[in-house]
Design a binder for this molecule. Structure first.
Ligand code: AHR
Length: 514
């Protein structure tokens, strides 16, 4: 059995988690909207066509914020197509996913759905085929109370009160050649700065995120952030970053190490943003919007594959079926996000339903939880509070990470990977939550945690997520094959917690104050 020692002190904090750290993402892609959150005629659909079975699972999952409407989709989207009477809305070819977009769900339906799901909307504007003019009109349509053409149009469409959307993305993955009207950093920076300026003139209360790199292995990473921020630094609050973890090589130990590259990526983007601040002698600190993150590799398709399928409406694409080991890597990513709570203020699990998603549905049928559902639900439920700076001693292993994404394949060395990956969050009620990933595939890990400066604590809820088969999945016919069970071997005495973690397991322990 391996051993690990952890020391935490209630007074030594990384930062408070922002509620927006627990966000997710809904794109017009495959069956995420149509057949996912929205399916008029479904037995559980409400009068607006929202699937109530999906809404119930969304509430259990616990996202706080939803990014919309894309993704790659937004770079060709005319938001005007998705508002107004249904019978006047045009069907359009979507060049991102080679699908037909019927536009029967649009901005106003999304706002209503957010209310039903009790989440905050995060809107992305099209800075691909369109620019600042369409973006500022959308802000006016959504947020201006009335008395102008766009705001009166919203009222005429049936939404009297402004939607008051606070958080806006300035485009999506504009650094990627796959993006409609992909741009150089200088061209994007110039467009984004002007769009931001006008959007904020319409509503000075909004917050804006500039596009950073769509992956750490993009050849332009670093230079992209530097140039984009030279243009946009004074206009934005956030710089974005995206990561999809993969296990292409079927090397599970390395896969479980890969969230450590997210830690590195975050540190690098913070350094890049702060370097731009330093050059300007600015005290402003940009925050990070990790607005797409997940495991994704099995259902990637080339543009050539997409085009062969014609132009279907809501095809079942990117429907990744998640395994037990995916949930472990995913849990590692949750820990990475928590441990950067000081700078990562917004994060969106990509995506929410059907498309690389924690929730799966059958069109016309049921809905169920994928394996990755559980670490996210745990993070959202127990991750609210002050993330503590844990000092951990754990044996390590060396690994590497293969990433074929982007124009060049790359293999990164990931040395000194601790078998224990951990985050500790002190809540406002005096309690403490521990998130513990045992990355050893064979051996148990005996963890000893010394928790200083807390009052009396007692072991409360505790969960373990594991399965003898790392390839186990949840499906329509076996929806609960992988699910959390109570973690048995936990004790807490004299300020010291002892727990034995099973090999390849995700564990959450909540200690409550009494
Ligand atoms: O989430 C799926 C896609 O991944 C998004 O549309 C895009 O932004 C990213 O490349």
């Amino acid at each position: 059995m391996r051993k690990a020692r952890v020391l935490i002190d209630r007074d030594f904090a990384i930062g408070q988690t922002d509620p927006r750290l627990f966000g997710a993402f809904v794109e017009h892609l495959g069956r995420c909207v149509y057949g996912g959150i929205y399916e008029p005629g479904h037995p559980t659909a409400d009068e607006k066509g929202f699937r109530k079975d999906v809404l119930a699972l969304v509430k259990e999952l616990g996202p706080t914020l939803i990014r919309y409407p894309g993704g790659n989709f937004v770079s060709g989207y005319n938001w005007e197509d998705g508002v107004g009477p249904l019978e006047t809305r045009p069907a359009r070819l979507d060049l991102a996913w080679f699908s037909t977009e019927p536009n029967s769900f649009g901005t106003n339906e999304f706002m209503d759905w957010c209310k039903a799901a009790a989440v905050e909307p995060m809107m992305a504007v099209n800075l691909g085929t369109r620019g600042g003019d369409a973006a500022r009109s959308l802000v006016e349509y959504c947020n201006h109370p009335g008395g102008t053409a766009w705001s009166e149009l919203r009222r005429k469409h049936g939404w009297d009160k402004p939607h008051d959307v606070k958080l806006w993305c300035l485009g999506n993955e504009v650094d990627g050649p796959w993006q409609m009207e992909h741009k150089s950093a200088a061209a994007y920076g110039a467009v984004a700065a002007e769009a931001a300026k006008m959007m904020r003139w319409v509503d000075p209360t909004i917050e804006l995120a500039a596009c950073g790199s769509s992956g750490r292995n993009m050849p332009t990473f670093g230079q992209w952030e530097d140039t984009v921020l030279e243009h946009t630094f004074d206009h934005v609050d956030y710089i974005s970053l995206h990561t999809y973890l993969n296990n292409y090589r079927q090397d599970t130990a390395s896969f479980l190490a890969s969230p450590d590259l997210m830690d590195r990526f975050i540190d690098e983007v913070v350094a890049l943003a702060d370097a731009v601040a330093a050059k300007r002698r600015s005290n402003k600190r940009l925050m990070l919007s990790f607005d797409e993150w997940n495991v994704w590799y099995r259902t990637r398709r080339s543009r050539a594959d997409r085009v062969k399928e014609g132009w279907p409406v809501a095809p079942p694409i990117l429907e990744e079926i998640y395994t037990m080991e995916d949930a472990l890597a995913f849990g590692g990513a949750c820990i990475s996000l928590l441990n950067h709570a000081d700078r990562v203020r917004v994060a969106c699990l990509a995506q929410l339903v059907n498309v690389i998603a924690p929730i799966m549905t059958e069109t016309g049928g049921g809905a169920w939880r994928q394996t990755i559902f559980f670490p996210f639900a745990h993070m959202s439920r127990y991750g609210r509070g002050r993330v503590l700076r844990a000092q951990a001693e754990s044996e390590t292993y060396d690994s590497s990470y293969y990433d074929p994404r982007g124009p060049q394949e790359q293999t990164f060395a990931v040395p000194n990977v601790p078998y224990l990956k951990l985050a500790a969050v002190a809540d406002d009620g005096g309690g403490l939550s521990l998130f513990l990933l045992n990355r050893d595939l064979k051996q148990e890990l005996e963890v000893s945690v010394e928790a200083r400066s807390f009052g009396r604590l007692t072991v409360g809820e505790r969960f373990e997520l594991r399965h003898d088969d790392l390839k186990a999945t949840n499906t329509k016919d076996a929806p609960s094959k992988v699910r959390p069970a109570p973690l048995q071997s936990v004790s807490f005495d004299g300020g010291r917690l002892q727990a034995t973690l099973k090999p390849a397991s995700w564990n959450v322990i909540h200690l409550s104050a009494n």
